[in-house]
Ligand binder design. Structure first.
Ligand SMILES: [Zn+2]
Length: 261
């Protein structure tokens, strides 16, 4: 019957449309929506800095604001008690080297290059490492809009030469790979590879809502010449890696103040 046939074709039409919607939904869910590990989307730019009791007055950007914010923790340094935590140390017989001091120029360099690329940076390097990890974790808990977190360290004197990003999750691994690649694009040194760790607050803390990596920049003894002499290139390499991870164009600063890092 005609009526029956029409009903049948309408039913077929509804059925095929429903299937299309299901297939479309699945396609969006798998390929478009769930992008897997990667940086958090940048916070919507309002043209003003968020007010906060812990906001840093020097975290201005020198290029168009990308909307991304990165936290750079300089390993060790001043604790809440006021005690200075040196981290690892080594002496070549003439000079004593301390991890907490050595990491400051590298962190400052990374911050300067990120800022010149339009990425907002919050870092204890601005305070010459006078803040500790506890402070950083509290800050990150209060600022879930931060897109990525790097904790910069160097390894002890008996460690092998080379870079070693430490990670726990797949998301952290992606960030570690990008940072490592950035460093090796500028610095000629061995690569100890991304290394899985379960025992580090930087990687474990529930206060951290963004991808985090503890980056071992090298051995305080074996890579001392790189850490002391090539700190600017090292920080630049880390910034290149971070920009790559965030999907931001890396831009060198023409700001002369960078020369006194
Ligand atoms: Zn350390």
């Amino acid at each position: 019957m005609v009526i029956f046939r029409r009903n049948k074709s309408i039913t077929a039409l509804i059925l095929s449309c429903t299937l299309c919607l299901i297939a479309g939904g699945l396609f969006y869910g798998i390929f478009l929506h769930d992008k897997g590990p990667g940086p958090k989307e940048p916070a919507a730019s309002t043209g003003e800095t968020k007010a906060s009791s812990r906001s840093n007055p020097s975290d201005e950007t020198k290029a168009a604001d990308t909307g991304f914010t990165v936290y750079i923790e300089t390993g060790h340094g001043r604790e809440d008690s006021g005690r200075w935590d040196t981290g690892c140390s080594w002496s070549d017989g003439e000079k004593d080297y301390e991890e907490a001091e050595l990491m400051i120029p590298i962190a400052k360099s990374m911050a300067a290059y990120l800022r010149s690329s339009g990425v907002k940076v919050v870092t204890d390097a601005d305070e010459d490492n006078n803040r500790n990890l506890e402070y950083t974790l509290d800050y990150l808990e209060d600022h879930p809009e931060i897109n990525a977190f790097i904790n910069i360290h160097c390894d002890w004197e008996n460690a092998e030469s080379g870079t070693m990003p430490l990670y726990r999750t797949e998301e952290q691994l992606e960030l570690g790979k990008a940072l490592n690649k950035g460093v090796h694009s500028l610095i000629d040194m061995p690569d100890r590879g991304e290394t899985h760790r379960e025992d580090l607050d930087t990687l474990n803390s529930e206060k951290v809502h963004c991808p985090a990596v503890l980056f071992e920049t090298g051995s305080i003894k074996e890579d001392n010449h790189i850490l002391t002499e090539k700190y600017d290139a090292y920080g630049k390499g880390l910034a290149i890696g971070m920009c790559d991870y965030l999907g931001v164009e890396f831009k060198e600063s023409s700001d002369p103040s960078k020369s006194d890092l």
